[in-house]
Design a protein around this ligand. Structure first.
Ligand SMILES: [Zn+2]
Length: 288
């Protein structure tokens, strides 16, 4: 569902309006844990806190990356807005220009928002396409042969559903099969090409269908890997276009960002709301 920048500006003119939004989303309908009273709270001036009539204080940002951040809450909200409402994301440099924060701050905020985007750890199910992709360390020269230090990404994409992307050490069986067992339900059907690393899947109890790309056999009825291939082309276009280069250390973060947008593309709840909704129910690891 679409959420426009005009709507954002109207809904969140100030940091206090952002705080109020989180308050309403997570706490307003619950009783005070100290005295049991509903509707007893009011906002304290000059502090990101609410106080009950009994004197008990509640800090809605506690436990979130926003707590004790020197960046104001509205800037965080704006970053989450852009990360969830642009097709290929946004670079820290672009956000620096739009928001007025320093490049370093923009970069740190985006890194944290990408961590927020990785909250879904439940297994993929039903029909899942898998495929590996190789990221060239130097995109400007990516038309040349695949260099030995290419980074390997492993993609698992549910048909009509979610994507899970992992930055892995290699594309060997011993790396890919455990990823599949961890991320894909045992009762799912897995679709892949005939790459050797997937040969063990039937032995591991999965239904496994393969398509032979070598024989120009790309689509055989239901047996294809077009969804995961489409994901890769969108991902590579985005990474090479928006970010220009991608440090291997942060490749998993970018993968999380793209997988999140893909997974929630059909959600009735705006992605912006999904992230803020999850924030307080499942603590997000914080980085410096
Ligand atoms: Zn109370």
């Amino acid at each position: 569902m679409k959420f426009t920048i005009q709507e954002f500006k109207q809904k969140f003119p100030t940091s206090d309006s952002c705080l109020d939004y989180l308050w309403k989303m997570h706490f307003a309908d619950k009783p005070c844990t100290a005295c049991g009273l509903y509707d007893g709270f009011h906002k304290l001036p000059n502090r990101p806190a609410y106080q009950c009539q009994c004197g008990c204080q509640l800090y809605p940002l506690a436990g979130t990356p926003f707590h004790k951040s020197t960046t104001d809450l509205r800037t965080w909200f704006l970053a989450i807005f852009f990360m969830t409402n642009t097709r290929s994301g946004m670079s820290a440099l672009q956000f620096q220009r739009i928001s007025g924060v320093t490049y370093k701050t923009a970069w740190r905020i985006f890194k944290q928002v990408r961590l927020m985007m990785a909250y879904d750890n439940t297994q993929l199910n039903t029909d899942v396409e898998v495929d590996e992709a190789y990221m060239h360390p130097n995109p400007q020269k990516r038309s040349s042969a695949k260099p030995h230090n290419s980074q390997v990404l492993f993609g698992m994409v549910e048909r009509g559903g979610r994507a899970r992307i992992k930055h892995v050490k290699s594309s060997g069986t011993r790396v890919l099969v455990p990823e599949i067992q961890k991320n894909i339900d045992q009762n799912a059907t897995i679709y892949s090409d005939e790459y050797g690393s997937y040969r063990l899947l039937k032995k591991r109890g999965y239904l496994h269908e393969t398509v032979n790309h070598g024989k120009q056999q790309y689509v055989v009825g239901w047996v294809h890997t077009q969804n995961v291939e489409n994901f890769w082309s969108q991902f590579k276009r985005g990474i090479y276009g928006v970010y220009r280069h991608c440090d291997p250390i942060y490749l998993q973060h970018y993968a999380n960002e793209y997988a999140f947008r893909y997974s929630n593309r059909k959600s009735d709840t705006p992605m912006f709301e999904l992230i803020l909704g999850k924030l307080l129910s499942s603590p997000i690891p914080q980085t410096k």
